[in-house]
Design a binder for this molecule. Structure first.
Ligand SMILES: Cc1cc2nc3c(=O)[nH]c(=O)nc-3n(C[C@H](O)[C@H](O)[C@H](O)COP(=O)(O)OP(=O)(O)OC[C@H]3O[C@@H](n4cnc5c(N)ncnc54)[C@H](O)[C@@H]3O)c2cc1C
Length: 520
């Protein structure tokens, strides 16, 4: 695929109809659909352009962690993880976290979105969101049962899986789980599958490249990179623009005639809202920020998948450099204790990924136990009123004991599968947890699931931050379109549902404009 490099500043920025902050899976669809509908859009992205080769090469993804295109966030020390602080990579570049993530494409389960609706997100049930998944996809193998083709986002099967991934699917089948050839189709995700990805010809396709790169030459589009948004400008209860700092540290402002859309992600969006005086009154007061709206839910409800790696030494060398990180999955129902079902996922990574660093083999693979709907919820708060200070992130991982029990159970399921005959030829030894106490291991080895959501949750109750049309409650002309609006984690990786949110956000903006075209 050919990509133009994006200059730091394109377009004039004059007379924007809309401002979009952030260019990940949430922001990029909004930008594209607004441009296609003929509106002037100014895009502000804190990171630089995406003109760097490592982004396209899926094997280079880990080498991008800790570079200038990674926010490199850390959690607060976690009480239930022996005081460990978890590393939170996040893309800080055109494309957002889709430029550094695992590229797995997963829609989630119908039950997830029905649960969102039941929690107050009217209009977000499966029947409502399914057309948006079809609209955003370009599924390589063709239409299939309910799959989309011709959409902006290429989704491909993995035609060259690591032998361990293929053997894992066979082992799951051998153990009596259904083989699921397309976990994204009408049949839902249950069963064992090879994972689909947003890759074309072995190259990563980010949200930006899928959606915005094709319209970069549009006179309607202004893109400002290295623009760290510090607050939303709110006048008489209406968002009229944003303030940002460029690379020189100077504060600048840009205004929009119609709306400001925050798509700065699950940590950036609540931070910007709080810095703008939109959040819990007490917390704003604590940091000397003038309150605009007392919105107690901002930064609450931080949710993530709970994960624990189970590490194996390979028999024989790994077959070359692995391409995709996540290659196979087994999705299971869970128990009566599960908040939403399906609730369990085992994933296969064809190399060693381990939080416990002792005794790691040269050649190995990892099965990761995932609880898809953990009960533990945390918070994102300001560390200080300085926008350059990273937020204080406390996921409260494993603070609910039900999550610990679920992980123990899922680790046991994975151990049994990997010990089956279908995988025997690939396994030399179990490295972690090995002989240690499983409960202690879960606390020692649990990591961030990297699927954080929920810090600007949609709904209608007192703690909802946006209404079901994604409008920030109490501020006109301000919406959120990213993973922060999800009430719960979905039953799968979060980029897919975030693309869906971006697509739907664009429709909501355009519908509301059509209903009120003369608004100044
Ligand atoms: C290591 C890792 C692996 C992952 N693997 C997968 C996977 O395989 N499949 C999957 O589906 N999901 C995966 N995810 C999750 C997925 O990438 C995210 O859920 C998704 O990117 C969220 O999209 P978003 O638009 O909400 O936020 P982001 O993609 O994070 O985008 C937010 C954007 O806003 C910008 N921004 C933030 N603050 C500001 C500010 N103040 N001013 C201006 N700009 C700002 C950021 O720089 C960024 O460009 C992974 C995540 C990580 C961290």
């Amino acid at each position: 695929m050919h990509h133009e490099n994006t200059p730091t500043h394109t377009g004039t920025g004059e007379g924007a109809d809309y401002i979009v902050v952030g260019t990940g899976p949430g922001g990029s669809p909004v930008i594209r659909r607004l441009i296609d509908a003929g509106h002037r859009v100014t895009v502000l992205e804190a990171g630089p352009t995406d003109a760097r080769p490592g982004i396209e090469d899926p094997r280079a993804a880990f080498s991008l962690f800790g570079t200038e295109i990674d926010w490199g966030l850390l959690t607060e020390p976690q009480e239930h993880l022996g005081g460990r602080a978890l590393y939170l990579p996040r893309g800080r570049v055109l494309g957002g976290t889709s430029a550094i993530n695992g590229m797995a494409y997963v829609r989630g389960a119908a039950a997830d979105f029905d649960a969102w609706e039941a929690a107050g997100a009217a209009g977000w049930a499966w029947r409502d969101v399914e057309p948006y998944f079809r609209r955003l996809e370009d599924f390589g193998p063709g239409p299939g049962a309910g799959r989309g083709t011709g959409g902006p986002l290429p989704v491909r099967r993995n035609d060259d899986p690591d032998p361990v991934a293929a053997a894992f699917v066979a082992a799951a089948e051998g153990a009596g789980y259904p083989r699921n050839d397309d976990y994204n189709d009408d049949g839902g995700p249950l069963g064992a599958s090879l994972v689909q990805a947003t890759l074309v010809d072995g190259g990563r396709v980010t949200a930006w490249r899928a959606y915005v790169a094709p319209v970069l030459g549009s006179p309607l589009l202004t893109v400002v990179t290295e623009a760290h948004v510090t607050r939303v400008l709110i006048e008489d209860g209406r968002a009229v623009g944003v303030e940002y700092r460029g690379p020189d540290g100077e504060a600048r402002t840009v205004r929009a005639r119609r709306e400001v859309v925050l798509a700065a992600g699950v940590f950036g969006t609540p931070q910007i809202l709080l810095l703008s005086g939109v959040g819990p009154a007490g917390h704003l007061h604590e940091h000397g920020i003038t309150r605009v709206v007392d919105l107690p839910g901002v930064g609450e409800n931080l949710r993530d998948h709970a994960v624990v790696p189970v590490v194996w030494e390979r028999a024989g060398a790994a077959p070359g450099v692995p391409g995709m990180g996540v290659q196979a999955q087994l999705v299971r129902e869970g128990t009566e204790n599960s908040m939403i079902r399906p609730d369990r996922q085992g994933i296969v990574i064809p190399y060693v990924y381990s939080t416990v660093q002792e005794g790691l083999p040269d050649s190995g693979f990892t099965t990761v136990a995932v609880v898809l709907h953990p009960y533990s919820t945390g918070t994102v708060r300001l560390r200080s009123a300085d926008p350059a200070d990273p937020p204080r992130i406390d996921p409260a991982t494993l603070s609910d004991p039900r999550d610990v029990e679920a992980l123990i159970e899922e680790v046991a399921v994975l151990r049994e599968l990997v010990r089956r005959p279908e995988l025997a030829a690939h396994v030399a030894a179990e490295v972690h947890p090995g002989e240690v106490d499983l409960r202690a291991y879960v606390h020692a080895a649990a990591d961030a699931g990297h699927h954080q959501v929920g810090t600007a949750r949609m709904g209608t109750d007192a703690l909802a931050v946006v209404d079901p049309r994604l409008r920030v409650r109490g501020v006109a002309g301000l919406r959120v379109a990213d993973a922060s609006v999800m009430p719960f984690t979905p039953a799968g990786n979060t980029a897919g549902p975030t693309f869906m949110i971006g697509e739907r956000a664009a429709d909501l903006l355009l519908e509301d404009l059509a209903a009120d075209p003369d608004r100044p």
